[in-house]
Design a protein around this ligand. Structure first.
Ligand SMILES: NC(=O)c1ccc[n+]([C@@H]2O[C@H](COP(=O)([O-])OP(=O)(O)OC[C@H]3O[C@@H](n4cnc5c(N)ncnc54)[C@H](OP(=O)(O)O)[C@@H]3O)[C@@H](O)[C@H]2O)c1
Length: 280
């Protein structure tokens, strides 16, 4: 019998590619996103339903309708995400909350709804999209890094708690991939001249890394293949060699030295001498 997967953030980026891969692999897929409002029905991502993971009523309505459409899920993929670029000092409180609401509280709200359904079957897998930013923070992405670190901590605890009930957790930790939409990468309203230069430099590095990033189709395939295993891996890191190295160095090097190297990579003034051509 076909397995069932529910996926959030399926209208764009890695969520869209993962939903397509689930459909192609034969999963009975129910896909959620805010922009599916008024579009309920079959689409390339599976059966589309409106979903705002930050709205408790929307989460409940999605799960109730998805249950009618597909029956209880074998897999939940939490992929919805946003980031707000900005300096930690200058974030507006509502910007911090917005990122945490989508990235962390939304993920936890979906898991809370789905877990009783999986426990009743004694089986299931919760796939939480984290990021390399869940393992190390990068400048001007403090809110997002905090949100993804929260996803990591929550997922480790969750995995230990639900294993006895036959349910697995898989953390997907992507490095930079192509295909994400710029509209989900807002810039903080609070930015001032104090950090503007750093923000511009870091944004340039992020834009380059995403342009030259890994293939979202390949990531989606790896997720679906990992789900085929009898026991899915707890961590599925899909990143460039440099990003894998950065995670290792983050744990090996003295903390201050690692931050200095990362600042140098992101061209943050003060992390190292500014590149010569930009000194004038
Ligand atoms: N792309 C990368 O390089 C990369 C790297 C590391 C980790 N990730 C993670 O992978 C996931 C996808 O990122 P992406 O950059 O590929 O995609 P993206 O293009 O940024 O798309 C974000 C998705 O999240 C959905 N979303 C945003 N707010 C939502 C809400 N309140 N409720 C429900 N859905 C919401 C959006 O749909 P609607 O607007 O229609 O709701 C959209 O489908 C995120 O968790 C991200 O942190 C991505």
């Amino acid at each position: 019998m076909a397995k069932t997967a529910w996926i959030t953030g399926a209208s764009s980026g890695l969520g869209l590619y993962t939903a397509r891969a689930l459909v192609a692999a034969g999963y009975n897929t129910v896909a959620g996103a805010r922009s599916f409002q008024g579009l309920e029905g079959e689409g390339e991502q599976g059966y589309r339903l409106p979903l705002d993971v930050t709205d408790a009523g929307s989460v409940k309505a999605f799960c109730q309708r998805a249950l009618q459409v597909s029956g209880p899920p074998d897999v939940l993929v939490n992929c919805a995400g946003v980031l707000v670029l900005g300096a930690c000092e200058e974030y507006q409180p509502q910007e911090l909350r917005q990122v945490m609401d989508v990235v962390f509280f939304g993920m936890a709200a979906m898991a809370k709804e789905v877990l009783p359904l999986m426990r009743a079957k004694g089986a299931g897998t919760i796939v939480n999209f984290s990021s390399i930013n869940g393992l190390l923070a990068t400048p001007m992405q403090g809110a997002y890094s905090a949100g993804k670190h929260a996803v990591e901590g929550y997922s480790e605890a969750l995995a230990m708690e639900i294993k006895p009930h036959g349910i697995h957790v898989m953390l997907v930790e992507p490095g930079d991939h192509q295909g994400g939409q710029a509209r989900y990468r807002a810039t903080s309203q609070g930015v001032t001249d104090i950090y503007r230069d750093a923000l511009v430099r870091v944004s340039g590095v992020i834009a380059r890394d995403e342009r030259t990033g890994l293939s979202p189709e390949k990531l989606a395939l790896r997720v679906v293949r990992a789900l085929d295993r009898r026991t899915p891996p707890f961590r599925l890191r899909v990143a460039s060699l440099g990003q894998h190295m950065a995670v290792i160095l983050h744990d090996l090097l003295p903390g201050g030295l690692f931050l200095r190297l990362l600042s140098l990579y992101y061209r943050v003034p003060g992390g190292a001498r500014a590149p010569r051509e930009e000194k004038a």
